[in-house]
Design a protein around this ligand. Structure first.
Ligand code: ADP
Ligand code: MG
Ligand code: ZN
Length: 477
């Protein structure tokens, strides 16, 4: 039997406000436990919440950027459940009147574009954190600094059909929230995370199968791996004749496996009801228009502009715009005079590799756009070969020194002096008479051997085009 996979993602994004969702406490990370708390976020009786206006504006901006309709009278609701890190014993969230609904984002997988529907985006607050490495090893400690941190939850339609699409969707959401500057997008810290709902069904079946929800996936890789694992698990169960149980599962990224956490509540179990302490969130047209006007250029639009303005291919453009900082870095390098395609090549290959290996963001690294532009210019001017340029680049990355300084200090200037290279070529030919015979007997591949010897002799500094030409000249006389 062939199965089709059905996936819907629920993405939580922490809003980059300075204060919490319903009180004035700071959301600054890394404070002493329970320092950022007050009667409201501690859930003390009688404390009254107020709504963070910036958080509401951020949620609306996200809705506009994802083609949602914006509800003009959205409402907060209490989602009741009992957790030790949830002091009120309910989470203030939204239920039947979320701020944004019925949107979509476009993803691209292997050159195929597809729209993924967004059911809703609602505002809510984060819970606190349990700490198990405090003084008493048998006790659980609770840190409520995070309690009340503003979140948006973005719920997708079950439109996703495989793990690659899920990853592309997550990447798209990441790029949109970071372009909007409403979330820092740091997945490792959990500031953007996702729950993956997965089910399978026979291809000829129209109803959906029973789904599981794998929680708190905090990297693109984890999203993809957890979904693949879950698809396999469900297919195996089905072949064994075992039922799939609706449940919440927890991904273990080290073991690359998930385990059941609890059987999944239905929304009835949460006994939602409108929060009596908070007013309806009234949004008028003028606010929507004002926020629309403030939206930055978003990734899809930027990609099209990159393709036309810089004559880049779709793939290069899409890779560059996926990360806002990289897109900005690219444009700044080009503004500094570097050729666009060369710039894209550098950024998307050697540069990205080094950034990944060293786990640094492009705007934090030692190479500034003007320095990359100078390096690219040095190659264009024939001062260094592109091979030597890679060495210079690594050195720039490590030391932050300017490329011309590195080239000068290390004596890496490309040798383009014809006489100088000619005499080295002659020397190499003189030393290898048998290879000359082979060449003359028709084994043209031997030319590569000679070029290699010359490059070795000049420590890679000879201009390769010139070496090729001179060797050919010498061999043909
Ligand atoms: P809950 O709030 O209980 O998690 P929702 O109805 O809000 O449930 O759905 C959550 C997510 O699950 C949505 O992203 C939706 O697209 C997805 N989903 C719903 N049914 C299925 C299914 N059968 N298979 C896969 N995903 C599903
Ligand atoms: Mg859910
Ligand atoms: Zn507070």
């Amino acid at each position: 039997m062939e199965f089709e996979t059905v996936i819907g993602l629920e993405v939580h994004a922490q809003l980059a406000t300075s204060t919490k969702m319903f009180c004035n406490c700071s959301i600054e990370f890394g404070q002493d436990p329970n320092l950022n708390t007050c009667p409201v976020c501690l859930g003390l009786p009688g404390a009254l919440p107020t709504i963070n206006e910036t958080a509401v504006k951020y949620a609306i901006m996200l809705g506009l950027a994802t083609h949602c309709s914006i509800r003009k009278d959205s409402q907060f609701a209490r989602k009741n459940y009992f957790y030790p890190d949830l002091p009120k014993a309910y989470q203030t969230s939204q239920f039947d009147r979320p701020i944004c609904e019925n949107g979509w984002v476009e993803i691209e997988v292997e050159g195929k574009k597809k729209k993924i529907g967004i059911t809703r985006i609602h505002m809510e607050e984060d819970a606190g954190k349990l700490v198990h490495d405090g003084g008493d090893r048998t006790a659980s400690y609770v840190d409520l600094n995070r309690a009340g941190t503003p979140l948006v939850e973005i719920v997708s339609e079950p439109d996703i059909r495989n793990s690659a699409e899920a990853k592309a969707y997550m990447e798209k959401i990441h790029s949109i929230v970071t372009y909007l500057d409403i979330c820092n997008g740091n997945m490792e810290k959990g500031n953007l995370r996702c729950d993956a709902n997965v089910s399978i069904r026979p291809f000829n079946q129209s109803e959906f199968g029973i789904r599981t929800e794998t929680k708190n996936l905090n990297s693109f890789r984890n999203v993809q791996d957890a979904i693949e694992f879950e698809i396999e698990r469900q297919i195996e169960l089905t072949f064994e004749g075992d039922p799939i149980i609706q449940q919440t599962r927890l991904w273990d990224a080290n073991q690359k496996t998930s385990k059941a956490m609890r059987s999944k509540e239905d929304s009835d179990d949460y006994r939602y009801f409108p929060c009596p302490d908070l007013p309806i969130v009234l949004v008028d047209d003028s606010l929507i228009q004002q926020l629309k006007a403030q939206l930055p250029e978003l990734p899809d639009v930027k990609q099209l502009r990159f393709q036309s303005q810089y004559a880049l291919g779709e793939k290069d453009a899409s890779n560059l715009v996926a990360n806002k900082k990289i897109a900005e870095y690219f444009e700044e390098t080009v503004e500094n005079g570097a050729e666009a395609k060369q710039t894209a090549n550098w950024i998307l290959s050697d540069f990205s590799r080094l950034l990944n290996e060293n786990k640094v963001e492009i705007d934090e690294c030692k190479i500034k756009p003007n320095a990359l532009a100078s390096l690219i210019q040095l190659i264009a001017d024939g001062v260094i070969s592109s091979k030597i340029a890679k060495t210079v680049f690594e050195e720039m990355f490590a030391s932050g020194n300017a490329p011309d300084k590195i080239v000068k200090e290390k004596g890496l200037t490309q040798v383009s002096n014809e006489d100088e290279i000619k005499s080295i070529c002659q020397k190499i030919l003189d030393e290898n008479p048998s290879q000359i015979d082979e060449f003359k007997a028709g084994k043209v591949k031997v030319l590569g051997f000679f070029v290699g010897q010359v490059m070795k002799q000049t420590k890679g500094k000879a201009n390769p085009q010139l070496v090729n030409k001179l060797l050919n000249d010498l061999l043909s006389c």
